[in-house]
Design a protein around this ligand. Structure first.
Ligand SMILES: Nc1ncnc2c1ncn2[C@@H]1O[C@H](COP(=O)(O)OP(=O)(O)OP(=O)(O)O)[C@@H](O)[C@H]1O
Length: 377
């Protein structure tokens, strides 16, 4: 059973705007979710839906013109060796030393010094096209050693070298590659090296933002298998961000789907796979071919997302939704249970509100509505 002790991260009502001359872009609009220790969560949605901005907010990497305008991001520290405790305040460290249980810390309130200790030690992030993030004029080994030198001054030079070799081995690269320059490695190997650097301090949470988009499908699969097994082996939680929902079905425990800066559905990966409830999730799943499972007719979602400076009232998906009705145009739906058989599956959609509709739509209803829409085009 899930307990409060399992909680690692609690994102609560977070809003992020990009302050543009033409008006504020509401990139993240009251997003809330939780992550348990060791959980692999997927964050999916079309390009521009706000996925990366959520990641930036969690890592406190938002820079002007981005501003976190509301919300809290609680991190639940876990009792570990004290070298990783620099992100706690002096008062919290004294409390911990006195044997008190640690309270959650709001990442948005950390000082710059606390943040430095928090990143790498607790949270590592691998960005889009990360394989180009390596310094081209520095040997791979030296890049790993640099991180260890800065954050593990307690280790001897020899111990750091040994640890760097172990990290490379962990991601499936022969340790003699420590002496290679990035251009001497294949794209997949560079990506693995970046992951090794992210793992250098054994973080509790790793965020991967589209880490495999630049790789071919076979290498992509190898990297996905690798990160999944590393999470399981090291007990590390992960938020994996991609626009390709089908990638997440096999990789993750739970999936959150974003549309126009909002979460529209959250559920166990299996529940999304068998029966996505939100019409957007249904459309998104049917926009990608799957490698396994039954063949599906691909229909796609007509139209494009709204301008995030002026999202229409009601549901942000209403203009593209094949099942929208009058309430969708005026009343903003919030996440609510969408299925009695899968109580953890939540959808922000009036179709699942008994106040508007006695029987929720079936998967066939959703498919048929998209097909009708496609025929009308
Ligand atoms: N510097 C900026 N100024 C103004 N708007 C921005 C800026 N950066 C991002 N945005 C807008 O914020 C929204 C969310 O962007 P974000 O990159 O978080 O989406 P995403 O889902 O991660 O997309 P992608 O998969 O393409 O990275 C988009 O509409 C984008 O145009």
């Amino acid at each position: 059973m899930e307990t409060k002790n399992d909680l690692l991260l609690e994102v609560k009502d977070v809003c992020v705007d990009y302050q543009a001359a033409s008006g504020a872009v509401h990139a993240v609009d009251h997003v809330s979710f939780t992550l348990r220790r060791g959980e692999i969560m997927g964050l999916a949605g079309e390009s521009g839906s706000g996925k990366s901005t959520v990641a930036y907010a969690i890592a406190r990497l938002t820079r002007p013109p981005a501003v976190v305008t509301d919300g809290e991001i609680f991190y639940y520290p876990h009792a570990r060796d004290h070298r990783s405790r620099g992100f706690l305040s002096r008062k919290q460290r004294a409390e911990e030393a006195a044997g008190a249980a640690l309270d959650a810390v709001d990442i948005l309130d950390l000082t710059n010094e606390q943040l430095r200790a928090f990143r790498w030690n607790e949270l590592a992030i691998v960005f889009q096209s990360a394989m180009n993030a390596l310094n081209p004029v520095m040997k791979v080994g030296d890049q790993i050693l640099d991180v260890l030198k800065t954050h593990r001054p307690d280790l001897t030079k020899h111990a750091r070298k040994e640890h760097a070799a172990e990290l490379l081995k962990l991601v499936g690269i022969a340790p003699d590659r420590l002496n290679s320059y990035p251009h001497e490695l294949s794209g997949g190997m560079r990506q693995r090296a970046v992951i090794a650097i992210a793992l250098a301090l054994n973080p509790e949470l790793i965020i991967m933002d589209e880490p495999t988009t630049a790789l071919d499908v076979v290498v992509q699969r190898e990297i996905l298998d690798l990160v999944k097994s590393l999470c399981r082996e090291l007990g590390m939680a992960m938020i994996f961000i991609t626009h390709d929902l089908s990638l997440l079905l096999e990789l993750t425990d739970n999936i959150a789907i974003m549309y126009a800066g909002r979460l529209v559905e959250t559920a166990a990966a299996l529940d999304i796979y068998h029966h996505p409830r939100h019409p957007y999730s249904h459309g998104l799943l049917n926009s990608f071919p799957t490698l396994r499972g039954p063949r599906r007719k691909m229909v796609g979602i007509p139209g494009s997302p709204p301008d995030l400076r002026q999202v229409p009232p009601g549901c942000p998906f209403q203009q593209r939704c094949p099942m929208a009705f009058s309430a969708c145009k005026t009343i903003r739906p919030t996440l609510r249970p969408a299925s009695a058989s899968a109580p953890g599956q939540l959808a922000a959609c009036h179709l699942y509100d008994p106040h508007y509709r006695a029987e929720p739509p079936t998967a066939q209803d959703l498919t048929a509505s998209y097909e009708t829409l496609a025929e009308r085009r």
